[in-house]
Design a protein around this ligand. Structure first.
Ligand SMILES: Cc1ncc(CO)c(N)n1
Length: 244
């Protein structure tokens, strides 16, 4: 991978590049031998750091200052949307293209886009910061990772980045309990990343990795893991950035 020296690498516990047993070895003793679970468990401690991040907790309490985060995330979503297009193109069968196409058309380019437009207007974000803000280093790195996955046209690699981003967001957002925050800025952002439909979407992404991952061979599996772990590291850096 060509992403170097992440800003998120400055955590006290260092970059998450500790050795991981190969999938074939790991699965023989794992309680849940799913390929996606191999990826997730190998992404600790970043996984848990994201799901329990103070910024995510502040969103759930309705207290997070969303401005810097959402300005940067709108630029994340741009590259993410392009990556969904690559998944439509790269999936190995029609029935797998469908959920990507549906999520692309019904959620990202509709419900979520509407949220961003209302949220950024509510926060008083001007036209320039909506379309072309100064990117934070972690945003540059995350966009670069998504672009690298997209141009690779490798379905397993594309899936790895999409699945990490969605699954880890389900992780923090699912920690929200009723009553959700009153302000739409926080409430709708939680709603977009939790609930039965979002759970089914993450279930689909995991299922694709579980279907395809085991037969990739050790090098292919290591490549998928590299993208998945780097995305977890960047998610952590992204929430750190949002905290300011
Ligand atoms: C940084 C980041 N990761 C994941 C998601 C969920 O798609 C998001 N909107 N932003």
């Amino acid at each position: 991978m060509e992403i170097e020296d992440s800003a998120a690498d400055s955590h006290a516990d260092g970059p998450n590049d500790s050795p991981v047993p190969a999938y074939a070895v790991w699965r023989s003793t794992a309680a849940d031998p799913a390929f996606s679970e191999w990826l997730r468990s190998a992404s600790e401690p970043d996984w848990t750091a994201v799901v329990t991040h103070p910024f995510a907790a502040a969103i759930i309490r309705g207290e997070a200052d969303m401005r810097r985060y959402l300005v940067q995330d709108f630029q994340f979503v741009d590259a993410f949307t392009a990556l969904l297009g690559a998944a439509v193109a790269g999936a190995d069968r029609f029935e797998s293209r469908v959920p990507f196409g549906r999520f692309l058309g019904q959620i990202v380019t509709d419900t979520e886009r509407s949220y961003f437009h209302r949220a950024l207007a509510d926060l008083g974000v001007g036209a320039d910061d909506l379309t072309s803000p100064v990117l934070e280093p972690v945003t540059v790195r995350f966009r670069a990772l998504m672009d690298e996955a997209r141009v690779s046209q490798e379905y397993p690699v594309i899936l790895a980045v999409l699945c990490l981003a969605e699954w880890i967001y389900l992780g923090w957002a699912s920690r929200a309990a009723e009553p959700l925050p009153e302000r739409f800025l926080h409430r709708e952002w939680i709603d977009l990343h939790s609930g039965p439909e979002f759970e089914a979407w993450v279930g689909f992404l995991r299922g694709e990795l579980d279907r395809i991952g085991p037969s990739l061979g050790e090098d292919g599996q290591a490549r998928v893991l590299g993208f998945f772990r780097e995305a977890a590291r960047l998610e952590r850096g992204f929430f750190d950035m949002a905290e300011g």
